[in-house]
Design a protein around this ligand. Sequence first.
Ligand SMILES: Cc1cc2nc3c(=O)[nH]c(=O)nc-3n(C[C@H](O)[C@H](O)[C@H](O)COP(=O)(O)OP(=O)(O)OC[C@H]3O[C@@H](n4cnc5c(N)ncnc54)[C@H](O)[C@@H]3O)c2cc1C
Length: 382
Amino acid sequence: MDFTLSKEQRDIQKAAREFAVGEFLPEKAQEFDRNETFDLSIWRKACELGFVGVFIDEKYGGAGLGFMEHCLITEEFWAVDAGMGNAVITATFGSELLNLFGTEEQKQKYLPPLVQGEAIMGCAITEPDAGSDVTGAITSAVKDKDEWVINGSKMFITNGTIAKYMNVFCLTDPDHKDRHQRHSFFIVETDRKGFQANKLHGKLGIRANDTAEVSFSNVRIPASNLVGQLGYGFRHLMAFFNLTRLHICAMAVGIARAALEEASNHIKKRRQFGVPLASFQGLQFKIAEMATMIRAARNLYYEAAWLTDHGKMEHAVTAMAKWFSGQVAVKCADEALQMHGGYGYIDEYKVQRIYRDAKIVEIYEGTKEIEKTIVAKNILRI
Ligand SMILES: Cc1cc2nc3c(=O)[nH]c(=O)nc-3n(C[C@H](O)[C@H](O)[C@H](O)COP(=O)(O)OP(=O)(O)OC[C@H]3O[C@@H](n4cnc5c(N)ncnc54)[C@H](O)[C@@H]3O)c2cc1C
């Protein structure tokens, strides 16, 4: 296994870094974080420059690259600003499912607008009473002649109020004896009658990114909007998560890098006891530990991405990478804030935002506990 990046991959990484530095300006990042807003022209620009949906096939307007390249872009974006980085990089969230299981017609219809900056997507799985246990989802889809009728509500949906369409995980066979065969995915346009989205306010972090509670009241969609196989929703979801969890790892490593950079800059400038803080061995140890953890987390997610892109995907390796990189992000953010002392507690300082933004990577798309459960079950074979 060789994780050396190719010249093309290094070029993508560099271009993504330059884009993020040029567009995710500190004053904008602070404004969007405080006001829970985002300027979608930045997302459109990222689309024009080809940073959005690079894993989508060239046939549908994407770059036809691997998920590794998507991760490289994600890491660079999050290393500059998590809130804005997330708003741009998650605009295609859900397209991975279409890529894997969509019909040719669905791919032609829904994928090109995502890379052309014409549509934002979402993926609605979580419900008020079904989070880690996705099989508890009760939003229902009932067949009525050549249509499906959807009823229910979904919680914490990324891009909920701005998505043009979203994949929705629905209960289609509540009495099936195997609870893993009770659900199916559907693509739902958000301008359909009966769809409603309410933006959630007061998030701890990634506040530039839209998150909403969405509801479906007798929303009718054509039978052709079924994504993948009927009753295979859970299996499709696991395959989807194996991809999207990789980009969460990239987010985690990106924000951990940002924490290390902020901490290093601060302790070199700030003087106490007549010397720069950086001259104290206790703080040097923290820097060494952060840098080592970041490298280890990156190597682990590179391995998981490499396995996936080479058709050798291992759920347990992706799960290891996800919980570990999440822990590294949270630990690095904590240490970076600590090294800022009281200044780190004030929102004038970027490290405060990093501290708040980092926590999400241990929660969404499988909490750290769920990831560890996947790893343990794989080892124990239970
Ligand atoms: C900002 C944000 C964006 C999100 N975006 C989306 C989105 O776009 N689409 C979407 O569908 N969802 C989204 N989510 C939802 C997210 O995926 C869930 O919050 C997450 O999966 C956890 O579910 P829960 O919140 O219901 O927590 P719960 O499942 O109630 O878990 C609570 C705690 O119990 C622990 N726990 C639960 N079961 C076990 C177990 N078996 N063993 C050990 N510990 C356990 C969990 O790890 C957690 O610590 C988003 C969430 C947030 C905060």
